[in-house]
Design a protein around this ligand. Structure first.
Ligand SMILES: Nc1nc2c(ncn2[C@@H]2O[C@H](COP(=O)(O)OP(=O)(O)O)[C@@H](O)[C@H]2O)c(=O)[nH]1
Ligand SMILES: [Mg+2]
Length: 176
């Protein structure tokens, strides 16, 4: 919960970062919205600031509330329940693999010195937060930007609102 008058503070970012690293479910509630002088663009501008300042958790839904005036408190509960559901969600392996195949066809995986990343198989191996295991030819070839691309594809395909999702990359012969 942030204070709308204070804006997004360093302390807010620190706490948000810890929650993200721990894989917690996240709903951003901007409180004291009643104190803010508003025009038509005020909420969208604040949302944009959230996107910039909390760039590592653009997956988190946000809601503008007033605890004092009891505005949209039901929405906080509704979003919290939604996020709890998404964070516990398991996706079917076949759908997951066809989504990843499509993604690799749309954007070629990175290569280095003539060797290209191959993704053989993906399974979801955990929930809360969702954890995906990728069987690959070489995890060195999996660059951050490409794994971010795949994360976005998984989010587009399945949702996962309000939760970080984690990846592990396994090569043939790795221990379980
Ligand atoms: N106008 C307004 N005041 C609020 C709201 N929620 C809490 N407050 C007031 O904020 C004061 C507490 O300060 P707050 O910033 O919430 O806590 P602190 O930062 O931990 O000191 C109390 O006087 C509350 O009545 C709200 O939604 N609107
Ligand atoms: Mg305060």
């Amino acid at each position: 919960m942030l204070d709308a008058e204070d804006g997004i503070t360093e302390q807010d970012k620190k706490i948000a970062g810890m929650a993200h690293d721990e894989g917690k479910g996240i709903v951003v509630a901007v409180n004291k919205w009643d104190l803010i002088e508003k025009d038509t663009g005020t909420m969208e501008r604040f949302r944009k600031d959230l996107k910039n300042e909390l760039a590592f958790m653009t997956y988190a839904p946000s809601v503008f509330i007033s605890v004092l005036q009891r505005q949209r408190l039901d929405k906080v509960m509704e979003l919290s329940k939604l996020v709890a559901e998404k964070r516990a969600m398991r996706v079917p392996t076949s759908q997951l693999n066809s989504l990843i195949i499509d993604a690799t066809m749309m954007k070629q995986p990175p290569s280095d010195k003539g060797k290209r990343l191959k993704i053989y198989y993906v399974t979801q191996v955990g929930v809360k937060p969702p954890l995906f295991s990728f069987q690959v030819n070489s995890r060195q070839l999996m660059h951050f930007s490409y794994s971010r691309y795949l994360e976005n594809k998984i989010r587009e395909g399945f949702g996962f609102e309000g939760t970080s999702i984690k990846f592990v990359f396994r090569e043939k012969g790795d221990k379980e």
